[in-house]
Design a protein around this ligand. Structure first.
Ligand code: PHE
Length: 346
């Protein structure tokens, strides 16, 4: 082995390596070249193994050439590496660029169910008259749903409420929110102004105006000197707030076992304005609730002295109120959760 041969090999190796480095397109390619040339089993090491065959005087000179070659390769690797890493970063930044000025995707907004919305509207009106919201249980006992409301067992007036019973003795699904009257009278001292919204149940043949599940809002006022005039004035104000200040209202005689006297409360038809149309069966009036003066027996069951206290109560069907507000003709729609219906109330 000659010194010149070895030097020539080293220079050839350098030229070869530098050309490969210049041609490398990415960092992994560069790393492969580094391993191939400078690695422990790389080509430079292999060439240098030939040093042993040289005369001792020549060895340092080859060593010096080898160091220059190694330095040149390392420098080229570093430079090309810097470039490739820089452009890799640039490419990534370009690919992953986020346009912060792009408008966001709209988030779909939910809305209140029309029944809940109607209950809240009713609540907001009566709250202005000092009424406070209470809630009673949906599974009631016969005592509170009927007997304490002056409806004894086997009394024919029970036929007004087709009742769903549950498998526990003496319990049933409340047929109206009126048992809440008893519960409020037990819980509070007069003056009482309570509003009781809630779900009720009846054993009904289901059609456009009958459901086995529906909502009512009950109202109860008890104080000394409460009169039918107070009831009439309050309901008139309610109807005007709900359906328009120009609407006329009227009381008609009615019957409920727990109020005496009892009335049906009518508002001028919201469709025809009173002239008579199919919506109001040509009467010009729409009945929106039942009401009356709390029966003395009911006050007694509520723990109150009927000689001292008087009260009035009213109960309205929320679906009916909502139907009139939104011109909906079938209360089954409120239960079906069909978005095509519900989305109209946003
Ligand atoms: N509870 C009665 C019903 O379900 C409505 C009502 C409530 C009537 C309060 C008078 C007083 O039909």
């Amino acid at each position: 082995m000659e010194l010149t041969d070895l030097t020539r090999d080293l220079e050839a190796l350098r030229d070869d390596a530098l050309a490969a480095i210049a041609a490398a397109q990415d960092v992994p390619a560069l790393e492969a070249i580094e391993l191939d040339v400078l690695g422990r089993k790389g080509r430079l090491t292999t060439v240098l193994r030939g040093i042993g065959a040289l005369p001792a005087d020549d060895r340092p000179r080859v060593g010096a050439v080898a160091n220059v070659v190694r330095g040149a390769v390392e420098a080229a690797l570093a430079e090309r590496g810097g470039m490739l890493r820089g452009s890799a970063l640039e490419a990534r930044l370009a690919a992953e660029a986020i346009d912060v000025t792009t408008p966001g995707r709209p988030i779909r907004r939910g809305a209140l169910h029309p029944i809940i919305e109607t209950i809240r509207e009713i609540g907001a009106i009566f709250e202005q008259f000092g009424f406070v919201i209470y809630e009673g249980p949906e599974v009631e006992d016969d005592l509170t749903n009927f007997q304490m409301l002056n409806i004894p067992p086997d009394h024919p007036s029970r036929d007004l409420w087709d009742t769903l019973y549950v498998d526990i003795d003496g319990r049933l699904l409340r047929t109206h929110t009126s048992p809440g009257q008893i519960r409020v009278m037990h819980a509070e001292k007069p003056p009482i102004r309570a509003l009781l919204p809630g779900r009720c149940y009846r054993y009904e043949a289901i059609d456009a105006s009958h459901a086995s599940e529906f909502f009512q809002v009950e109202g109860l006022m008890v104080d000394e000197g409460t009169t039918m005039g107070d009831l009439k004035g309050l309901l008139d104000q309610f109807a005007k707030a709900m359906y328009g200040a120009d609407k006329r209202t009227r009381f008609r005689p009615g019957y409920y076992p727990f109020t005496e006297p009892s009335v049906a409360f009518d508002v001028e038809c919201v469709v025809c304005g009173g002239s008579g149309c199919p919506a109001c069966s040509k009467t010009g009036w729409m009945t929106i609730l039942g009401a009356g003066m709390v029966h003395p027996v009911v006050l007694q069951y509520g723990g109150l002295d009927p000689e001292r206290y008087q009260g009035f109560a009213f109960g309205m069907g929320v679906e009916r109120i909502a139907n009139l507000r939104h011109s909906v003709g079938d209360l089954r729609l409120y239960m079906e959760n069909d978005l095509r219906f519900l989305e109209q109330f946003r």
